[in-house]
Write a protein that binds this ligand. Structure first.
Ligand code: FE2
Length: 234
């Protein structure tokens, strides 16, 4: 039987196990502190990357020109689907089991459901100008250029452009940040890793643009680390 719009609406409401939340900010703020900091960092890196991409003579230059001012704030939402992942898995201090990892991976499809609800007006608070980009980032930022990512195994330019750009900022912050189960990587080490993964995980052209301006990300990374030390009172 063909699913109509009303059925879809009911299904998405039921998928929202977060009770009475109706504002996108409630979903963001429910994330663990470490996750919110990560989202803020990805926003900062994306603001830098947006400025670089604007002058990079990419094929979609006119689209970038129109939208680049929204890139940072849209990338901020890339992990919003994690608000539907049990907190004990998100904050688990040890390495995740295979089953837990599969649950974490669902944050991309949870995001898709969440954005359906935004589209239907069930969840409010998402600035209209950000909707399209934020959705692309949240649903597709774990797709890999070689087709071995998730949730859909999309390959190459089938992956939305903004998600390919977000993947770089996401990986840079994740790898340069301390996690309870592993030490942070140095800027040089992380850049080397990203270079090795260009054409595998990352869009090779975007990775090359990112890495040819690596000093800008390094500078921001040092600023972020300094402010975290100041917050911690060290
Ligand atoms: Fe993610």
């Amino acid at each position: 039987m063909k699913e109509n719009r009303a059925d879809r609406k009911i299904k998405t409401i039921n998928l929202n196990e977060t009770g009475s939340w109706t504002d996108i900010r409630q979903f963001m703020m429910s994330l663990p502190k470490e996750q919110i900091l990560h989202s803020e960092n990805v926003k900062k890196y994306m603001e830098i990357f947006a400025n670089i991409m604007q002058y990079a003579e990419l094929e979609n230059a006119s689209e970038i020109e129109e939208e680049y001012l929204f890139y940072g704030r849209s990338a901020y939402y890339h992990d919003i689907g994690k608000s539907m992942v049990p907190g004990e898995i998100l904050t688990k201090p040890d390495r995740l089991s295979a089953g837990e990892y599969r649950i974490i991976q669902k944050h991309t499809v949870y995001a898709r459901e969440l954005f359906y609800q935004v589209d239907f007006g069930i969840i409010t608070g998402m600035p209209h100008a950000l909707f399209h980009l934020a959705k692309e980032a949240a649903v597709y930022h774990h797709e890999w250029w070689n087709g071995k990512g998730y949730p859909y195994g999309l390959r190459g330019e089938k992956i939305p452009f903004f998600a390919r750009a977000t993947a770089l900022c996401d990986a840079y912050d994740a790898m340069t940040s301390n996690r309870s189960y592993r030490e942070e990587g140095t800027h040089e080490y992380v850049c080397q890793k990203m270079k090795c993964n260009a054409g595998i995980q990352f869009d090779p052209k975007l990775a090359q643009i990112f890495l040819s301006h690596e000093e800008l990300f390094h500078k921001e990374n040092e600023k972020i680390k300094l402010s975290q030390l100041q917050i911690a009172g060290i």
